[in-house]
Design a protein. Structure first.
Length: 605
């Protein structure tokens, strides 16, 4: 199919950082060039930040940009988008604008300029093959595809797949220096921001990926909730190691830091030795003295790789890195997007002189919903803490559809006094609006509330228990961090394994497997059993040294695993089957395992 494209030429637009657009500026874009931003929380904060303070740093090149640069570049980029839209009478309000950009200042400018245009920002992963991006482009019916020069070939590859519609392609050169200041910046009226937002696509572990439409109001609520709970400040320097087509990398590590005036330092793709050197650099006797990193948010896989490579570093870097990740300097280290193994948490705490990783729970549709607290006493092993400010949560028994009260226990005689398991359901201003062009999936995801005017509950599909912890929940991390804590048991359809009349949490079994020195990685799944319905199976990667120590060449096998877990788990929870992989357990960019695919691949069922 012939594609209508708009290619930019190589001359500079403002200080050699944005290519000239071949369209003339229409009246609407002329008005936009008069330094106006939407009257929304994010842009009000952006306008009010000290323009001379640092906003974004590209770690490898040391290119840096202030908040003054950011405001000017967002305004120029916003004008450019309007030109590229061919002077549409309504501008880009509510239109989907897909974009491809490296993890850098360029990405931040693209994202904010799309949001400032009241459009829907649709970040694409450059790592995805063209045919997967074709599906996203077709499903979203994106009107524009904006790309940096680095990903021009990828953009052309998407167009050459033969899309169902004809998006405008606009290619931007790398922003090397910030744009000239714009002087006073005005804010638009209160009616802006009604149609725009961000759209992220789910990983598609059960069906085709769904477009999650997060309106501007939900983006603002998610960021405000994190700001209150995690206390971002202008003194924070956040080291950004994450991909940018997920909620973790965008809300937690871009939008919220910008709202608070923090600085963001991009370092991508992830290289453990490079990260260690950056963390150590401010504390080395020699070398450049960049600001210390105060805020690190990552996935368990990253922490595992950092820990496994630490011993390979020069001794002076090791000493300085230990100081850099100590609680005195790295004020907050967060782990999320996948369950954190206990050995990883303990090893990081030991290495960092007592810095405890903070666990939280979130998903694309809701941003962050639950979190442990800033007080170390409120970072309980295996727990994701309490519901964040502005988030409402309840647990619903999936068998009876009853709401589980906070202090309710199942009958002691049948369930040994364990807290009742229930699906996590959420409500509040942080929840997404809809699955794009999928009314059926949207309706199935929500359930009506019995309280008038309170809104619907979103069904997460994740199962949890809630129980008090004597040493935590006293409110020392804030009024929101009180009472019983939440403990995730797994996905309703994948991580809850039903054996006869018992339910087994795959995550609980994985946690115990990973505490064994012989096991380096583990994924626990349910496989069919004629007798019991399902049985527990473990897919593991062995620690070669520990698995062979003192065994005279005998392999460490299923019976060894079962004996090691005998005193740790009830007998029905112990895996009956163990499969050993030669390589790492396959994971996606966020460190998550697609268990349905893994079961088919390993067990053929």
């Amino acid at each position: 199919m012939h594609q209508r494209t708009l290619l930019s030429i190589s001359q500079s637009f403002h200080q050699n950082h944005l290519p000239i657009h071949r369209f003339s500026i229409c009246k609407s874009s002329t008005r936009r060039s008069l330094a106006t931003l939407p009257n929304l929380p994010l842009f009000r904060a952006l306008k009010d930040h000290d323009p001379s303070t640092l906003a974004v740093v590209h770690s490898p090149s040391l290119r840096s940009f202030t908040y003054g640069d950011l405001v000017a570049d967002v305004l120029h980029a916003q004008d450019r988008l309007l030109q590229a839209s061919k002077g549409r009478r309504d501008g880009l309000h509510g239109e989907r604008v897909a974009f491809l950009a490296e993890n850098s200042y360029d990405y931040v400018v693209m994202l904010l300029s799309i949001l400032a245009s009241d459009a829907i920002a649709l970040p694409l992963s450059p790592a995805f093959p063209a045919h997967e991006l074709k599906y996203i482009m077709d499903n979203s019916r994106a009107q524009m595809l904006v790309s940096t020069e680095r990903y021009l070939d990828k953009a052309h590859g998407i167009l050459q797949e033969g899309l169902d519609h004809e998006p405008i392609l606009d290619v931007w050169g790398k922003i090397k220096t910030g744009a000239a200041g714009v002087g006073a910046v005005a804010l638009d009226g209160v009616d802006v921001g009604k149609k725009g937002g961000m759209m992220l696509y789910t990983s598609g572990t059960t069906n085709r990926p769904k477009g999650v439409l997060i309106p501007q109001s939900a983006l603002a609520a998610q960021a405000a909730s994190l700001l209150e709970a995690w206390k971002y400040t202008p003194d924070d320097r956040l080291l950004h190691l994450l991909p940018l087509h997920h909620i973790h990398g965008t809300i937690n590590a871009i939008i919220t830091p910008i709202l608070s005036g923090s600085s963001i330092e991009f370092m991508f793709p992830f290289n453990p030795a490079t990260v260690w050197k950056r963390l150590a650099e401010p504390f080395l006797a020699e070398g450049t003295k960049r600001s210390k990193i105060t805020f690190l948010t990552a996935v368990p896989t990253i922490y595992n790789r950092l820990l496994s490579t630490f011993s390979t570093l020069p001794s002076d870097v090791q000493d300085a890195a230990r100081i850099g990740i100590s609680p005195e300097h790295l004020r907050l280290n967060i782990s999320g997007s996948a369950a954190l193994p206990t050995p990883t948490k303990k090893a990081w705490q030991d290495l960092s002189n007592g810095n405890v990783l903070l666990e939280r729970y979130g998903m694309t549709e809701v941003g962050m919903a639950l979190s442990c607290g800033l007080d170390f006493a409120d970072r309980v092993d295996g727990s994701v803490g309490w519901h964040l400010p502005s988030v409402e949560v309840r647990l619903v028994d999936t068998d009876t559809n009853e709401v589980i009260q906070s202090d309710e226990q199942l009958d002691n005689s049948s369930n040994k006094g364990r807290p009742r398991e229930g699906e996590i359901q959420l409500r509040g201003p942080t929840i997404f609006r809809e699955y794009w062009a999928n009314e059926t999936a949207t309706q199935e995801a929500f359930v009506d509330s019995e309280e008038k005017g309170k809104g619907q509950w979103f069904k997460t599909g994740d199962v949890a228990i809630r129980r008090p912890v004597d040493t935590a929940g006293k409110g020392t991390s804030g009024e929101w961090a009180k009472g019983p804590m939440y403990f995730i048991q797994g996905r309703l359809s994948v991580d809850i394994i039903k054996i006869g009349g018992e339910k087994v949490s795959a995550l609980e079994v994985e946690r115990e497997l990973l505490s064994l020195p012989q096991i380096a990685e583990a994924a626990v799944v349910g496989i069919p059993s004629k007798q019991w319905g399902q049985k527990v199976a473990a897919i593991v990667v062995l620690n070669a040294e520990a698995a062979t120590a003192g065994r005279d060449g005998r392999p460490w096998g299923t019976m060894d695993m079962r004996r090691a877990l005998k005193d740790r788990l009830a007998s029905y929870k112990i895996p009956q089957v163990m499969k050993v992989l030669d390589g790492p357990v396959p994971r996606n960019a966020m460190g998550k395992v697609n268990k349905k695919s893994l079961v088919k691949e390993v067990f053929g069922v």
